[in-house]
Design a protein around this ligand. Structure first.
Ligand code: NAD
Length: 490
């Protein structure tokens, strides 16, 4: 059956992409748009057999892809990046339709970034992968050998960007990949397969198997032929993934949720802090690295709240395809119920609503940008990730209290700190987290490490960290003096 999903002008295949061809399944699932609840079409649901075929294709393609070397792979991956860019309008339309991401942000930010994820790692592999360590007694040629078949599993909040963030370095390092896109937003990844096909990536190098986590994802992560699993998603799923990986001793990288602090010191530029604070509502705060716990010095509390409220009051909430829209919908009715439940329980427990606090009149899946305060440090709303437009605000009296509150969750993904630069940097150094932005937000260079500590993840990706993860690191040791075998050598 030729399943096809039409979004705007784009025609998107609902089939898997395995061994260089489109493949159907005996089962399928519906994809709908959070913008208006409209059913967009049906997509094949990967069975155990489909996953097995994709992993087998990737395993067969591995040796010759690896043998090309970084220079040999570069032209393929450069073409892949070009083909992604050539599909900018279709990719943007697809992900805006099924994930509700702002169309303008996709066109101008996320799709170009997806292409860069592929191009940058392909070029970096020429130089970053191999290093030489000189010691007194030896020269160590540190080689990054391709590892094998990599499983890539991504969540619905940014599937295109996250799939390429993992597939880019995995392919550049000489591996073959099987991607399982999120079931609530699979369409942009299907177009990614078209781009890989047009770039003439050899069959089996790049595979996509769509489906649910419980069926398709679980089958993929338990396949013993995998060499790596790179997963981005929630903590409970990460536990299942890590358990399956442990059975076969497959290394996994886990990029998980967060409850990151947004610290406003007494010497902060409050206008700048409030403007960045309002940015936390981008993508309806369905963003893992958003600062969602506002920690504000007591002396500037009212001034900060007034400034941020003034900006939030003017945010345009609505259809993510409109240029003017700043906050779009929540992905799914189940997610909206989850968000509303957190707010209702927080209010019952005594939280005060500074703004928002309920559904938005624009449509069924829209929720008001919300700020809650008067919350206990151990309250559910302070400790748990909501993954919707709901922030909490607490105050602190001095640096020590700011640091204590910032570190008072099981998470440790990101953070933001506004204040005089040296002061903010001192605070940042004491916050236990994977990364923290000083007087800024969201700067992500591909050279830099990315990942979380505690419940926010295991491992780092980005730059050389991606190559370390997606490779078998090998040390070729060449002695500097002639080596004489002797049992008395230590
Ligand atoms: P999720 O854990 O429900 O799903 C993520 C992916 O895992 C999906 O593709 C899903 O189908 C798959 N999956 C589910 N069960 C599986 C199983 N048993 N085996 C294998 N795969 C399975 O997460 P979500 O709701 O899609 O995404 C939201 C979460 O992702 C949030 O917690 C968010 O913070 C996190 N996230 C983290 C980052 C990061 O870089 N740290 C980035 C984006 C999102």
């Amino acid at each position: 059956m030729d399943r096809q999903v039409c979004v705007a002008e784009a025609k998107i295949s609902g089939l898997h992409y395995i061994n260089g061809v489109r493949v159907d399944s005996s089962e399928a699932f519906e994809v709908f748009s959070p913008i208006d609840g409209q059913i967009l079409g049906e997509v094949a649901l990967g069975t155990h057999a489909d996953v097995g075929a994709a992993v087998a294709a990737a395993a067969d393609a591995f040796a010759s892809w690896a043998a090309l070397g970084a220079h040999g792979r570069l032209p393929y991956l450069e073409r892949f990046a070009d083909e992604i860019l050539a599909r900018t309008d279709a990719l943007a339309a697809a992900e805006s339709a099924d994930a509700g991401v702002l169309l303008s942000r996709l066109r101008h930010g996320l799709v170009p970034r997806a292409a860069l994820n592929v191009r940058w790692f392909a070029q970096a592999a020429l130089t970053l992968q191999d290093r030489v360590i000189e010691t007194k007694q030896a020269r160590h040629l540190v080689r990054h050998d391709p590892a094998g078949v990599c499983a890539i599993i991504t969540p619905w909040n940014s599937p295109l960007m996250l799939s390429t963030w993992k597939a880019g370095p995995a392919l550049a390092a000489g591996n073959t990949v099987v991607i399982k896109p999120p079931e609530w937003a699979p369409l942009s990844c299907s177009l990614l397969a078209d781009a890989a096909h047009a770039a003439a990536l050899p069959p089996g190098v790049f595979n996509i198997v769509q489906g649910t986590g419980a069926v398709t994802g679980a089958a993929l992560v338990s396949d013993p032929r995998l060499s790596r699993i790179s997963f981005t998603g929630s903590v409970p799923t990460a536990r299942s993934v890590a358990t399956a990986a442990a059975a076969n001793l497959v290394p996994c990288s886990l990029e998980l949720g967060g409850k990151s602090p947004f610290i406003v010191l007494e010497d902060a530029d409050l206008d700048a802090a409030a403007a960045t604070g309002a940015l936390m509502y981008r993508n309806a705060t369905q963003v893992c690295l958003a600062g969602t716990r506002f920690l504000v010095h007591a002396s500037v509390r009212e001034a900060f709240i007034d400034r941020m409220r003034a900006i939030v009051d003017k945010l345009t909430i609505g259809d993510p395809r409109d240029e003017a829209t700043e906050v779009g919908p929540i992905i799914h009715p189940r997610q909206l119920e989850k968000v509303a439940g957190y707010v209702d329980r927080a209010k019952s427990a005594g939280a005060r609503v500074l703004w928002g606090g309920g559904r938005h009149a624009y449509g069924d899946l829209y929720y008001q940008p919300t700020m809650l305060t008067d919350v206990a440090p151990d309250a559910e709303i302070v400790q748990e990730e909501v993954f919707g437009p709901v922030l909490v605000l607490q105050t602190f009296a001095d640096d020590a209290e700011a640091i204590r509150l910032a570190n008072d969750t099981d998470y440790g993904l990101g953070g933001v700190c506004y204040g005089e630069e040296a002061h903010a940097t001192r605070i940042a150094e004491a916050v236990r987290t994977g990364f923290i932005w000083i007087n800024s937000f969201g700067i992500r260079d591909l050279e830099a490490p990315f990942g979380g500590r505690g419940q926010s993840g295991v491992g780092r990706e980005g730059g050389e960290w991606s190559f370390d993860f997606f490779s078998d690191v090998k040390d070729v040791v060449i002695p500097k003096q002639p080596f004489t075998a002797s049992f008395s050598h230590r």
